[in-house]
Ligand binder design. Structure first.
Ligand SMILES: [Fe+2]
Ligand SMILES: [Fe+2]
Length: 252
């Protein structure tokens, strides 16, 4: 199964949204034959109605099955009331072929940091009990500090409890956004993956605008990062379930 993981589109009528890069990114993405596109939040910059309308239109340009969770920016200015209207449920358990995706809203209205809370922790555990499909969890914020993303301020406040639940349940893959840089690391039997920003002008150093392509089967997970400006694709991390071996381009 091939999943595109995109994040932090930041639709906006000010300086945040780079429509040229967005157009290029969509062209690149639409050439890839994906089974699912997961969007890990921050579709808007200020949660405004005009930004939600723009985001809805822009997302239509992406072909394929899309699954979306909100980010902290989407909850600003009562945006949390608009999200379900425009993009549906903020918390869900969806099943696609051999995988199950548990999407969670980690953001809180008018706050940049977030939390999952006991209700969503229960949803993770409940999702696990149902069957033996490969389970993927997706939400906006990060559970561990992300290198190359500046001073740590917005990690979810129940990161410790969340990490404990993910590791105890051997969740193979967790997809997050928010920090505007791509990153991946394996902890115990869990891959923690962050997507960079798809189309915000707020990029960091040379990371630029990126999205991730994830290939997953019963043997392994492989994550590639696509650099939108130069169209280069680089393998970031690979986790082999059979021997537990993981290779990481940042550290190996
Ligand atoms: Fe963002
Ligand atoms: Fe964010």
């Amino acid at each position: 199964m091939k999943i595109a993981h995109i994040s932090d589109i930041h639709c906006n009528y000010g300086t945040d949204f780079n429509s040229k890069i967005y157009g290029k990114a969509v062209k690149l993405l639409n050439k890839i034959d994906t089974d699912l596109i997961f969007i890990s939040g921050d579709l808007t910059t200020d949660g405004l109605l005009s930004e939600y309308e723009l985001a809805k239109d822009k997302i239509k340009e992406i072909n394929g099955r899309k699954v979306i969770v909100p980010g902290n920016h989407d909850e600003r200015n009562l945006g949390w009331k608009l999200f379900p209207e425009f993009f549906g449920d903020t918390d869900f358990i969806n099943t696609y072929d051999e995988i199950k995706l548990i999407g969670l809203a980690s953001s809180e209205p008018d706050r940049d940091d977030g939390r999952l809370g006991r209700g969503r922790h229960r949803l993770i555990e409940q999702g696990f009990k149902q069957d033996k499909k490969i389970t993927i969890i997706g939400f906006h914020h990060h559970v561990i500090p992300i290198p190359n993303s500046g001073r740590e301020t917005n990690i979810i406040e129940d990161a410790g409890e969340t990490l404990d639940i993910l590791l105890k349940n051997n969740v193979p893959l967790v997809l997050m956004g928010h920090r505007h840089v791509p990153f991946g690391v394996k902890i115990h039997k869990t891959l923690l993956i962050t997507a960079g920003t798809f189309s915000s002008n707020r990029t960091r150093a040379h990371f630029g605008n990126t999205f991730n392509i994830i290939e997953i089967d019963e043997r392994k997970i492989e994550v590639k990062v696509v650099n939108i400006r130069n169209e280069k694709e680089e393998k970031m991390i690979e986790f082999n379930f059979e021997d537990g071996c993981c290779t990481n381009r940042y550290y190996d």
